[in-house]
Design a protein around this ligand. Structure first.
Ligand SMILES: [Zn+2]
Length: 303
């Protein structure tokens, strides 16, 4: 079994034909390894855009790719894709997050009229694998490649990040640090109908507490120190994607804020409960106001 780590660069361009913006792929970069993660081969190709005549400033700035380079490369998407198919062969495809696969699907739909990737047999989202291996629990934010590298103490020196090939190499470096063949195999998905349904499913946050998908019994918070159910002091309020309320743990004699987020994902509702220390909830300015309001006769020492 071989692995191919793919990274793409794309440029948002308005298509008159499709009457919408399309993320047009401008670069493919990939590295192929064996099961021990030894590099076997590499792939790097620019794609001459056919929808957007000019690169967005942001893309040009980020990638340092120039319009001239793209024109000179003289490669259509279809041509580069057919080369990439040969390169991939029957390897497992890996990308950092799903956006590269979704963009590849978007381009295939636009140019070939087929949303599915018939050349793809097995896939793994390297980002979710690394998140799992690093015990990264902040589900509200996905872990970026540079964050992961930082956590692993990897340096990007000598790499030109935001270029497809170097990003693929950098992903491989992170992967190497966290590679466990047995665990990794559980993360490989077959590119079947379910895979496409799952990858195109739009995750949403549930904002309405009365949504029938939410079980009322799920509205509880446990103290993160002793694990006991905490006592709720006031009503739940919805703020910034989470239900929040003030809690007290009678055993530990501490107060904190409890937050619950309900995310509707492909496979059902995911519940994320968090305890936030009181000091972190209250802003210093607010604290000062409260202090100022207290009847005090030692106001001089307050500063
Ligand atoms: Zn406690």
């Amino acid at each position: 079994m071989n692995f191919v780590i793919l990274d793409l660069e794309w440029n948002g361009a308005y298509s008159k034909k499709a009457k919408k913006f399309v993320n047009e792929i401008i670069e493919f970069g990939a590295v192929k390894t064996d099961e021990q993660l030894n590099i076997l081969d590499s792939f790097s190709m620019l794609v001459t855009p056919q929808i957007g005549k000019k690169l967005n400033h942001r893309v040009a700035e980020l990638t340092h790719i120039t319009n001239e380079e793209l024109l000179d490369s003289n490669n259509t998407f279809t041509h580069v894709l057919s080369k990439f198919k040969k390169f991939l062969s029957d390897s497992v495809l890996l990308t950092w997050g799903t956006s590269d696969v979704l963009t590849l699907m978007e381009n295939c739909r636009y140019y070939l009229g087929d949303e599915k990737l018939p050349f793809l047999s097995r896939y793994c989202n390297l980002q979710s694998y690394c998140e799992h291996m690093l015990d990264h629990h902040d589900k509200s934010r996905q872990m970026g490649l540079s964050t992961c590298a930082e956590l692993l103490g990897l340096s990007d020196e000598g790499l030109e990040l935001h270029r497809a090939f170097d990003d693929a190499l950098f992903s491989l470096q992170c992967f190497k640090k966290l590679y466990d063949n047995e665990k990794f195999c559980n993360y490989i998905e077959l590119a079947n109908d379910e895979f496409y349904r799952k990858i195109t499913f739009k995750n949403t946050i549930i904002y309405d507490a009365k949504n029938p998908l939410i079980d009322k019994k799920e509205f509880y918070i446990c103290c993160d120190k002793c694990g006991k159910k905490a006592w709720r002091k006031n009503k739940w309020v919805m703020k910034n994607r989470s239900f929040r309320a003030q809690f007290r743990c009678n055993k530990c004699r501490r107060d904190f804020e409890g937050r619950i987020t309900f995310r509707l994902k492909y496979d059902g509702v995911h519940i994320d409960r968090r305890v936030v220390e009181k000091e972190k909830v209250e802003k210093p300015s607010k604290k000062k106001c409260i202090l100022n309001m207290l009847p005090t006769n030692n106001s001089k020492t307050e500063k």
